[in-house]
Design a protein around this ligand. Structure first.
Ligand SMILES: [Zn+2]
Length: 576
């Protein structure tokens, strides 16, 4: 392996020679991007090479496709393949075809090349002999142009896998580059929106699958669309440590929420494998398909399926377009009936850990790149409806009014006052509404929401009780009646004390921070669902820009991603 930095510094002919094996028998691809150096990351180099292929002439593209060998074809048998192709074909088990499989492959290969005039090209990583045959059979049915595009896409995937074998770039740089790459798959052209099972979401899953394959994980996609990558341990009975986060996003999201917790473990696994290391236990990296609850009313669909707590009644819920969850799953080729079978077996689990950006300013203000999460806050959320008496804004004297909006204003300040000054406690009035309000009418009705969260349940409950006592007092004094309708109440989910100690020790060893910051999470995460099944721990990574998240300005530096990756690697290596 060479580093990207070294590659950037090579004279052009050596640069081309170093990348000779990436695009089969086509050195012109590397030649055309040599002058675009330096590349900031391997994904950026890959994108430039694919763009060079995309803008090449039709003849050059065809020559590139024809430069590839047939899969398990005569050249393979005669031993005439490039070293890269030989390795890949062996990896898919194509060297071990049965006579029947070999005959079928030969027959389909012949039909294919008769029809298109070029050999069948497939990135075989992650394929089995059966799935290779299935893909070949399906693609023989394509039209010429569609198939040429498919072949070039597969050549791009092969190049990504070959670059991953050839080149190393710093972990942090690679993680950021992968997140930027995923952000290109969005429902709108302006920012990043990737909600459950939309075409952008499906494309993101396919890219994550390729990243996992590049890193050497075995990959499957389960019945709700979770992408599950597995790195078998040296010991079959060593149990399984699970890590991961979500790849769906809110509308107009940032690039790192959720995705960091997928891409960071993938990058770390690739590095550990390249270093020839193997863990004594199995590591499963999960890209959860749904956490945010944007498209359907239910959230955490991915982690609920994996913990066996998926509520099948949710299958009948509909999105804004009126399509049911069941239909959306079926349209994506997923089987709703198979969801209960996606659950993990708790007896094999060593624990669940999630790496996530903090989504707040605490680490930023403390000057710390990473921190140990103590618990995920519990919350109470609901709506207060206030009823006073409406009247003429000009004729009712101030002392005779029963103004519902003025009562609401006092309540907003009461929430703010009660929830200030206690560490871990926050209170918010996010909605404030005067139904049918007019400029010249005293508000007779008002609605407001209250959201109170704390890392300790007793703190949350005490704050909520005090706020409701304030509401009662304020309303009585103003002759306004009220009704509280609770929408949600969840208990806080503590992180395992043992895993907190392990994270702290890893931060000490890998980041040189002897007394790492401990902090609660005010936001919900997949980890709180996974905690119902196994021991749970979380690592927070510092966000820039004041800690903003769920926003395009969400940011993470390559340096912080690198620190977090080294902490994660230490955590794995010391976990046995
Ligand atoms: Zn998240």
């Amino acid at each position: 392996m060479i580093s990207l930095q070294e590659l950037n510094a090579l004279p052009a002919p050596q640069f081309v020679a170093a990348l000779a094996g990436v695009f089969e028998r086509s050195p012109w691809v590397a030649e055309r991007v040599a002058s675009a150096r330096p590349f900031a990351s391997v994904p950026q180099l890959h994108a430039a090479m694919c763009a060079a292929v995309g803008s090449a002439s039709l003849d050059e593209q065809l020559a590139l496709i024809r430069g590839h060998p047939e899969l398990a074809g005569r050249a393979a048998i005669r031993g005439e393949l490039t070293p890269e192709s030989t390795r890949e074909q062996q990896g898919a088990g194509l060297a071990a075809c049965s006579p029947q499989e070999f005959a079928r492959l030969q027959e389909l290969n012949a039909a294919y090349s008769r029809k298109f005039g070029f050999p069948f090209v497939l990135a075989v990583k992650g394929h089995t002999r059966a799935s290779v045959l299935e893909a070949l059979q399906q693609r023989v049915g394509h039209g010429l142009e569609e198939e040429r595009a498919t072949a070039l896409r597969e050549i791009g995937r092969i190049a990504r896998f070959r670059l991953a074998e050839l080149l190393a770039d710093p972990l942090g740089v690679r993680i950021i580059a992968m997140a930027q790459h995923l952000a290109r798959f969005s429902e709108d052209s302006q920012g990043l929106t990737c909600t459950y099972l939309t075409p952008a979401h499906r494309a993101t899953a396919a890219e994550i699958r390729d990243f996992m394959l590049s890193a050497g994980l075995e990959v499957s996609i389960d019945a709700v669309g979770n992408v599950v990558g597995r790195w078998s341990g040296a010991d079959d009975d060593g149990g399984t440590l699970v890590t991961g986060s979500h790849y769906d996003t809110v509308v107009n999201a940032g690039q790192f929420d959720g995705r960091l917790g997928i891409l960071l473990p993938i990058a770390v696994v690739a590095d550990l494998r390249h270093a020839g290391l193997r863990l004594p236990f199995t590591l499963t990296v999960i890209a959860f398909a749904e956490e945010e609850g944007v498209r359907f009313k239910s959230a955490f669909l991915g982690s609920r399926a994996l913990t066996g707590t998926f509520d099948t009644a949710a299958l009948d819920s509909v999105d804004a377009g009126g399509t049911s969850l069941r239909q959306v799953l079926e349209d994506a080729g997923l089987d709703p009936a198979a969801i209960p079978g996606a659950a993990l077996d708790p007896r094999t689990l060593l624990g669940f850990v999630e790496v996530h950006i903090e989504q707040g300013p605490v680490l930023l203000e403390a000057g710390a790149p990473v921190g140990v999460v103590t618990s995920i806050a519990g919350s109470v959320r609901g709506v207060i409806t206030l009823v006073g008496l409406s009247g003429h804004a000009g004729t009712v004297p101030m002392g005779s009014r029963r103004d519902a909006a003025a009562a609401a204003a006092e309540i907003v300040l009461a929430v703010e006052r009660r929830c200030s000054g206690t560490p871990g406690l926050v209170g918010t009035v996010g909605q404030l509404h005067v139904p049918g309000g007019a400029m010249n009418v005293i508000p007779g009705h008002c609605q407001l929401s209250i959201d109170i969260r704390a890392d300790l349940d007793e703190v949350r409950k005490a704050a909520f009780a005090d706020v409701m006592a304030d509401v009662e007092r304020i309303c009585a004094a103003r002759g306004v009646s009220f009704q509280w309708q609770r929408a949600l109440e969840t208990a806080s989910v503590p992180c395992s004390a043992r895993l907190q100690r392990r994270w702290a020790a890893s931060i000490g060893r890998a980041a040189g921070i002897a007394e790492p910051r401990h902090l609660p999470s005010g936001a919900g995460h997949d980890a709180m669902v996974m905690a119902g099944m196994t021991e749970m721990g979380m690592l927070f990574v510092r966000c820039g820009n004041g800690g903003i998240s769920h926003h395009p300005a969400e940011s993470l530096t390559a340096e912080d991603a690198d620190v977090a990756a080294r902490v994660f690697a230490d955590f794995l290596l010391s976990y046995a």
